[in-house]
Design a protein around this ligand. Structure first.
Ligand SMILES: Cc1cc2nc3c(=O)[nH]c(=O)nc-3n(C[C@H](O)[C@H](O)[C@H](O)COP(=O)(O)OP(=O)(O)OC[C@H]3O[C@@H](n4cnc5c(N)ncnc54)[C@H](O)[C@@H]3O)c2cc1C
Ligand SMILES: NC(=O)C1=CN([C@@H]2O[C@H](COP(=O)(O)OP(=O)(O)OC[C@H]3O[C@@H](n4cnc5c(N)ncnc54)[C@H](OP(=O)(O)O)[C@@H]3O)[C@@H](O)[C@H]2O)C=CC1
Ligand code: HEM
Ligand SMILES: [Cu+2]
Ligand SMILES: [Fe+3]
Length: 528
């Protein structure tokens, strides 16, 4: 749930009873028993609740940290994991089920499992862990639920599946209760195994601040990070989140696939179809490795240049308008937001390309061709086949390729949230912006030394199509030339001023009253 809009919660303890307050404050470790139980908790333990031996009852040393009782309606996966996590966090739990006898054994013995009506009487915060379609079966409990907080944890099967959110629907069924949306982005498994880095966030919304704060505090005690998503109108958005698959990656993946298809087709024409038509030679064997290994690097290289092109366009726009306060066009804003994903896809393709390249010599076809060439040269009595220029060319382009990949790996590592969080923004920007640009320059050197003079060799033109690497050079070279121009002192200085808030022509014309009291026509200006 990285980057979810919303703000974190101030933990207020005013309204919560004193004993519950200090336990609700973040960072209060759950009681020893609970911690021991949680550390040994595993999926298998779901069926055999461990708390029986170490239940908090009867053990003088340990009282439930919060003493607060939390209700759970439903006895399914989510209800069970929720009960375990709540008990581990020191809450008292009462589960309401239609069939308590049958379900009791699935819950930790510290949790009380009883009928729904019984359960809701014992607490003022109830998690409704049933599907939306079964909400109406709870209507007989409306009186008992009046004035209580209902936490709607439900998800849908499709985005915007219903005209109103499940939480709003629940609120319409129980107008006398207060509904808070929350916990739906947490899977039953995470609930049970505890919050790990990726899905620590619990998005919460409600029209009632107090109720929202209460649920947030419970989330904090459970080890989650509550994120305030505002009022109930955000419930739809919160319910859609678990249904979206890697939203930030869609456009970059389609871009990479599109580039792959184009370059693959181009290379197929040049390396397989051309020899088949012109020389009746069957080169189909080249497809799995050679064609792929001249496609992947091109995709990687173009993607890498598309990471730095928006920064160049952004700079051009700022220089042109003489301000940084003018919104970029949406397409550029979108592009700037997707640079991380484009960069990581570039790294992924480059890494594959490196592995493919290192495997080139181990192929059977490579050996046959090598032997064939050797025999041919022996027959033609060609002894000295060493071409110094070619040797150097290959030594250089492979070595430079390895350096480029090393730099990309560094960028990829600093993309990891745990690493990025350990850098300050200047360090992060230096690595991403400066080192990233150097990686682009080094990759260009690799490509140019690989291509060398092929672009001027007419044998390299198949069906008049130029060698593939020449197609890849356009965007990267544009970015490199632009960056060189921006580094010229006059332009660099202006760009830095703009990025520090200076604005072209932002001055106020005003007329100074002269000593005699008339207004002179002189104009003065000041930057506002
Ligand atoms: C392997 C790899 C991993 C990467 N990982 C990350 C990553 O984790 N996070 C990341 O952000 N990038 C990542 N990138 C992309 C790239 O490295 C960074 O975005 C880098 O900061 C771009 O530098 P730049 O000099 O092009 O532009 P910048 O210097 O970042 O930006 C140029 C100017 O554009 C404007 N600008 C920049 N961003 C915005 C914006 N979002 N909205 C409005 N104006 C803006 C600013 O005025 C800025 O001064 C990765 C790239 C690669 C290859
Ligand atoms: N599973 C997960 O990982 C997650 C689930 N959720 C949400 O949690 C809620 C429960 O999910 P989950 O536990 O997986 O579902 P389950 O089907 O496992 O449990 C749902 C519970 O609802 C009750 N129930 C079932 N049928 C009916 C019925 N016809 N009438 C009344 N009550 C019924 C049952 O409790 P009893 O028989 O005891 O009354 C049952 O245990 C859903 O809204 C889901 O979207 C949210 C995030 C993650
Ligand atoms: C360990 C790192 C690398 C090695 C060993 C390597 C090796 C090679 C080899 C052997 C070729 C010739 C491919 C062939 O003829 O089949 C090649 C071409 C190429 N490489 Fe790399 N490379 C590396 C990294 C990179 C990186 C990081 C990039 C760019 C991001 C890159 C971009 C290219 C390009 C664009 C070509 C030309 C492809 C063509 O037009 O046919 N390489 N590389
Ligand atoms: Cu436990
Ligand atoms: Fe439905």
């Amino acid at each position: 749930m990285r980057g979810a809009r919303g703000k974190s919660f101030p933990v207020a303890t005013g309204h919560v009873r004193a004993d519950a307050a200090n336990s609700l404050a973040p960072g209060n470790p759950p009681p020893e028993t609970a911690r021991v139980c949680c550390s040994r908790m595993s999926r298998g333990d779901m069926a055999k609740p461990l708390l029986g031996h170490g239940s908090t009852e009867g053990d003088p040393g340990v009282t439930p940290a919060s003493g607060r009782t939390i209700g759970v309606l439903g006895s399914g996966d989510f209800a069970r994991s929720l009960a375990i996590r709540l008990v581990c966090s020191g809450f008292k739990v009462v589960v309401g089920s239609r069939n308590p006898k049958r379900k009791a054994s699935l819950f930790p013995s510290a949790a009380e499992v009883t009928f729904q009506a019984e359960a809701v009487k014992k607490t003022d915060v109830i998690f409704v862990a049933v599907f939306r379609e079964h909400y109406s079966t709870l209507c007989d409990l409306a009186d008992v639920l009046a004035g209580k907080i209902l936490v709607d944890v439900s998800n849908n099967t499709e985005i915007n599946h219903h005209k109103e959110s499940n939480a709003e629907y629940l609120a319409s069924l129980f107008p006398a209760s207060t509904v808070v949306k929350g916990f739906n982005v947490v899977s039953a498994w995470t609930l049970q195994s505890g919050a790990r880095d990726g899905n620590k966030q619990v998005l919460i919304c409600s029209n009632n601040q107090e109720a929202k704060r209460t649920v947030a505090e419970i989330a904090q005690v459970m080890g989650f990070t509550p994120v305030d998503m505002g009022c109930m109108s955000s419930a739809c958005e919160i319910e859609n989140i678990p249904l979206r698959l890697l939203p930030a990656w869609k456009i970059p993946i389609f871009l990479a696939l599109g580039l792959f298809l184009c370059f693959f087709t181009y290379n197929l024409i040049r390396q397989v179809i051309h020899p088949f038509i012109r020389e009746q030679k069957n080169k189909l064997y080249k497809i799995p490795i050679e064609v792929v290994n001249t496609t992947l690097p091109c995709v990687s290289y173009v993607l890498l240049s598309l990471v730095y092109l928006p920064g160049v366009l952004a700079a051009c726009s700022q220089l042109y308008y003489g301000t940084k306060y003018r919104r970029f066009p949406d397409w550029l804003d979108q592009w700037l937001q997707h640079r991380k994903q484009i960069g990581l896809l570039s790294f992924f393709c480059a890494a594959l390309h490196a592995v493919y390249s290192l495997c080139l010599p181990m192929r059977r076809s490579h050996r046959y061709l090598l032997i064939e060439t050797a025999v041919k040269q022996a027959v033609e009595k060609k002894m000295n086949i060493w071409v110094e220029e070619e040797v150097w060319r290959m030594e250089i382009y492979i070595s430079v390729g390895i350096i480029a990949l090393g730099l990309l790996s560094l960028l990829a590592i600093t993309s990891l949230p745990s690493i990025a969080n350990s850098l300050n923004w200047r360090e992060f920007s230096f690595i991403q912006s400066s080192l990233g640009f150097i990686a682009l320059v080094v990759s260009t050197l690799h490509t140019l030394t690989y291509g060398w003079s092929r672009a001027f060799d007419e044998n390299q033109y198949k069906f008049y199509l130029p060698p593939t690497y020449t197609l890849t050079l356009l965007v990267p070279c544009t970015v490199i030339i632009a960056k060189v121009i921006f580094s010229l002192p006059c332009i660099r200085h202006r760009l830095l001023r703009i990025r520090r808030g200076w604005e072209k022509g932002r001055y106020v014309k005003f007329v100074l009253p002269s000593a005699t009291g008339e207004y002179s026509s002189g104009e003065t200006s000041s930057n506002v």
